[in-house]
Each structure stands twice: as structure tokens, then as C-alpha cells.
Ligand binder design. Structure first.
Ligand code: ZN
Length: 155
């Protein structure tokens, strides 16, 4: 039986991936382990992150969460999707058309997983730790409840 994926965590993963792509030009994570309590994502990388970079990533991800962007699905013909996206991480049965998850205009990614409707539902994003070994950067993160105030949030 397939394990249920937490939509908040999984949506946070998409935002984190887009943030990594924008900041470092690396690819999205090639492997991830998403659980309700804490999750981790692995990236092909060339060095460890310094603390300042970890802070920048957290700030950016939390800003996207606070914007309360809508998360919507779109269905795109497979040959069209192949031009726009890397479909390697989609399972075989993903089919045609391919489901694309759009997070406002911040991120678009082919995906079959469950998502929140608005990024504000995710709650506060926090990186617990990062490590680097053999060309792999691992980022471990948690979420606090959506009801928790994010420090610096305007409302
Ligand atoms: Zn997804």
C-alpha cells in the first residue's frame, strides 16, 4: 500500500526545490523522503552550504508561503510537457496528459502527489540541518503549524 504523503510537506518540497534552482542553478532534488514530522531532500551539489545560505533559503521559502499563492493543477499533453519539464522523476503510470502543479507563478512541476490549495496552509518552514557528502547536499526540514505565527509576518 502506498504511504500517504502530507500535502503541506510535499508543497514545501516544491517551493524548496524551486528556491534551490533559482539560488544555485542546481537541479531539483533527485531524491526525497517526505514525512509529516520532518522531511529531507537530496541535491546534486558541489560543496556544503554556509549558514548564511541556509538562512537565505529559509527566508525565501517562508516569503513564498506568506504570499499565500494558489496551488493549482494543469494538464498538459505529454509531448508538450516533455519540452517544458524534466519528466524523469514521474512514475511510469503518470500517463498522458501530464499533471503539472503550479504554485502561483513561482514554480511549475510535473507531479502526481497531493498538495495544499494555498501556500499559506503550509505553515512556517525551518531547515533543521544540512550536510554534504560525495556530491550530495542533504537538506532536512520541518514545518510548524499553519496556526503558528511566522516571525516577521505582516498579518
Ligand atoms: Zn507535487
Amino acid at each position: 500500500m502506498k504511504k500517504e504523503i502530507d500535502p503541506r510537506m510535499h508543497s514545501a518540497e516544491h517551493i524548496l526545490n524551486q528556491t534551490m534552482v533559482r539560488f544555485f542553478g542546481c537541479g531539483r532534488c533527485f531524491s526525497s523522503h517526505i514525512e509529516k514530522k520532518k522531511s529531507k531532500c537530496d541535491y546534486h551539489f558541489d560543496r556544503p552550504l554556509v549558514e548564511e545560505e541556509v538562512d537565505r533559503i529559509m527566508t525565501q521559502v517562508n516569503e513564498v508561503i506568506q504570499l499565500n499563492l494558489s496551488v493549482s493543477e494543469e494538464f498538459v499533453a505529454r509531448d508538450e510537457a516533455e519540452k517544458r519539464f524534466n519528466l524523469n522523476r514521474l512514475p511510469e503510470h503518470a500517463g498522458d496528459p501530464v499533471r503539472i502543479i503550479n504554485i502561483g507563478d513561482y514554480d511549475a512541476c510535473p507531479c502526481i502527489g497531493p498538495h495544499v490549495h494555498f501556500t499559506g496552509e503550509i505553515g512556517a518552514f525551518r531547515i533543521i540541518s544540512t550536510s554534504f557528502e560525495n556530491g550530495v547536499l542533504r537538506i532536512r526540514f520541518r514545518l510548524s503549524g499553519a496556526e503558528d505565527r511566522i516571525p516577521g509576518a505582516g498579518r
